[in-house]
Design a protein around this ligand. Structure first.
Ligand code: ZN
Ligand code: ZN
Length: 662
């Protein structure tokens, strides 16, 4: 197995996006390769977390802001002798390298090459190839190339020129494009020029200038044939405001919350309006979607905006009110300006960049140069792998499977995205999970309210939700041998606890209309081979929300219809379910990382979707367990343990680098 370590840092969206896309591309290109992303500047170390704990390093104490300022100082070559001087980061990286013995190290942030130079000082050669991915464009910080790497991968020739001017030998420079998601390469579609009355599809990503966004949208809608898709990210209030403001626009406006489908969105629109974020600009180029930049953060984003202007790929406007003018101009005279932008984009677009870079990395990983590894620089220590106990294979490949069937993501009110949830559970050795975001009944008043506040999956995004989980299901299997099911938690909230019910549909193949009555929903779930499970059916202690007793109070009616009842939900346990001998499962009702320390289901079965569901239906070989790892021992005791190594877990929860992950 080839082991590839990818080092990143979550400052600016470009570095992390590049790192994750490369990881996915490497594992797509070679089933026998394993790539891990590590951010030594964030509090989140993923599978390296145990290691971080062991070495007891508090790198999180450096604030991103400080590092941001630091980044601009890096330009000064006089600082070089200090650049590699981060004793704690160096210590951590040395341990990671010793423990993982990577075949290749990839860096998407300039500091690491300097630290590595320091680590290998005094040895004739680095025991692994180092590949630096320069995520900035055109105006790049010289810190990127002042420390040695075997290769420098850049997005375009203009950036390559900057390296050449800086004295980097030609043979070390590779112009392969910015590593956008490999999805761009696999599904590249080209939206043709809109003719006559056809809609001009415009994607508006609002991340800044929120106050004026409403006015900009009004102006855009004054233009003929413009159809808008507006993405507001996590801002629920803004989303509600824009839905309200565009209520009368007759289907010309679609408002999205958080989305994991940026490649598909960009490829299905004629124009994208956004600030000049590194990843966004590169995604627009990969999708050949001309761009209107409406904000540029001085320093870090200037190069991105220059890229748009220099290659004539779109327009950069100064104020929000100029957006509509720019769009009008683009489509005027049979969209002549737009066509020119598109033509220029085609010339420099490299949607398969991540795969091309992955090829280079994989090639370097297996290079058995005689001078490689002449020195045993690092002592070898076997990595500790934490797995749930597995039972001997007595019954046709059956094993004890650790499962969690009730998990929320940021498609409703959870904190992590679907890919983050998959990595979070995969890294902890889970065997089967089901993602179950809330879907409220639009006919009930509370359903109407909650949709506006982003607490539930938006009707317009249910299709996307199914598609993204399907994509992640395949990745989870490739990477973790973990099963992932698609589910929905149907919220039927009434005004009292006796009229409220939450119903889990587990392992669904297609959306189910949430406005149907509960019996009809159960029928639809069964029609798809899924499980219908009563969620938190009994009195519980929770931070908020009300009890949902409808199914329990009407159990004569519902027990014959339901496949199981939650006997435990997070920290609550419902004795009555067990006493009645009802089929049961136990779930986290996961919304954020600390919820992992809660009740779970163990199933003794083959690792197979049907086998697992069968055990639950028949109420056989099912057990529950309270999940802890050694971080979890103190995780729920706020105020305690903060001076012990486990105290770090709070940073870990609070500081997951969410903004950069799509
Ligand atoms: Zn619920
Ligand atoms: Zn829930």
């Amino acid at each position: 197995m080839k082991k590839i370590l990818i080092l990143t840092a979550g400052f600016g969206e470009g570095h992390n996006a590049a790192a994750r896309n490369l990881r996915d591309a490497i594992e797509l290109a070679d089933e026998d390769a394993r790539a891990e992303v590590l951010d030594l500047f964030a509090g989140s170390y993923g599978i390296f977390n145990t290691l971080a704990r062991k070495t007891y390093l508090g790198l999180v104490q450096y604030t991103p802001k400080l590092w941001g300022q630091f980044y601009s100082l890096l330009e000064n070559p006089l600082l070089d002798k200090h650049l590699g001087h981060f004793p704690r980061l160096q210590e951590m990286l040395e341990k990671v390298l010793a423990e993982t013995q990577p075949d290749c190290v990839v860096s998407t942030y300039p500091i690491y090459a300097h630290v590595i130079r320091k680590i290998v000082r005094g040895h004739p050669e680095r025991p692994f190839p180092l590949i630096t991915i320069v995520t900035d464009s055109i105006t790049i910080n010289s810190a990127w190339f002042r420390a040695p790497s075997d290769f420098f991968c850049v997005a375009n020739d203009a950036t390559a020129d900057a390296l050449r001017r800086g004295g980097v030998p030609e043979k070390q420079i590779r112009v392969l494009g910015f590593p956008v998601s490999p999805v761009f390469a696999s599904t590249l579609m080209e939206l043709p020029l809109p003719v006559s009355e056809e809609p001009r599809r415009v994607l508006y990503l609002i991340n800044t200038g929120k106050k004026k966004a409403g006015k900009a949208i009004d102006r855009l809608l004054e233009l003929d044939n413009v159809h808008l898709t507006v993405s507001v990210g996590r801002d629920a209030e803004l989303r509600a405001r824009i839905i309200e403001r565009t209520r009368d626009c007759g289907g010309r406006v679609k408002v999205l919350g958080w989305t994991n489908q940026m490649p598909e969105l960009m490829m299905s629109h004629h124009l994208v309006i956004s600030k000049a974020g590194g990843a966004t600009v590169q995604e627009a180029i990969a999708a050949r979607c001309p761009m209107i930049v409406n904000q540029v953060i001085p320093g870090q984003e200037e190069g991105n905006a220059q890229l748009i202007e220099k290659f004539n790929l779109g327009a950069v406007v100064e104020k929000n009110k100029e957006i509509a003018e720019a769009v009008e101009l683009a489509f005027a005279k049979r969209a002549s300006l737009w066509s020119e932008w598109r033509k220029n984009l085609k010339k420099i677009s490299r949607p398969d960049a991540a795969l091309k870079i992955a090829e280079l990395i994989l090639e370097e990983s297996q290079r058995d140069s005689p001078v490689r590894k002449p020195v045993q620089l690092f002592e070898t220590a076997p990595a500790r792998v934490m797995r749930p106990p597995s039972f001997p294979n007595g019954s046709g490949g059956a094993q004890m499977l650790l499962c969690d069937f009730h998990i929320h993501t940021n498609y409703s009110d959870g904190k992590l995205s679907v890919p983050e949830v998959v990595d979070f559970y995969g890294e902890r050795g889970f065997d089967c999970i089901c993602v179950t975001d809330h879907l409220a009944d639009p006919k009930r008043l509370l359903g109407k309210l909650s949709e506006l506040t982003n607490m539930t999956l938006a009707q317009g995004q249910v299709g996307e939700y199914f598609a993204v989980i399907e994509r992640e299901r395949q990745r989870a299997w490739r990477r973790y041998k973990m099963l992932v099911m698609t589910g929905i938690e149907f919220n039927k909230d009434g005004y009292t606890r006796k009229t409220s019910a939450h119903l889990l549909g587990i392992d669904l193949k297609a959306p189910v209309d949430p406005s149907l009555d509960i019996r009809a929903i159960i029928e639809k779930i069964h029609g798809q081979g899924g499980l219908a499970v009563a969620s938190h059916p009994h009195i519980m202690k929770s931070e908020w929300g009300r009890n949902t007793l409808y199914l329990w109070e009407n159990q004569e009616q519902f027990a014959p219809l339901l496949d199981a009842w939650e006997i435990a939900n997070r920290n609550n346990i419902f004795n009555d379910i067990g006493l009645k001998r009802l089929p049961f499962i136990a779930n986290s009702d996961f919304h954020k990382p600390k919820h992992i320390y809660s009740w779970k289901t163990l199933i003794h079965a083959r690792k197979d979707y049907e086998a697992i569901k069968d055990c639950i239906r028949r109420n056989e070989h099912v057990a529950i367990t309270l999940y802890r790892d050694f971080e979890g021992a103190t995780a729920n005791q706020k105020g305690h343990g903060s001076d012990s190594p486990a105290g770090n877990v709070h940073h870990f929860q609070d500081r997951l680098p969410l903004q950069v992950v799509r």
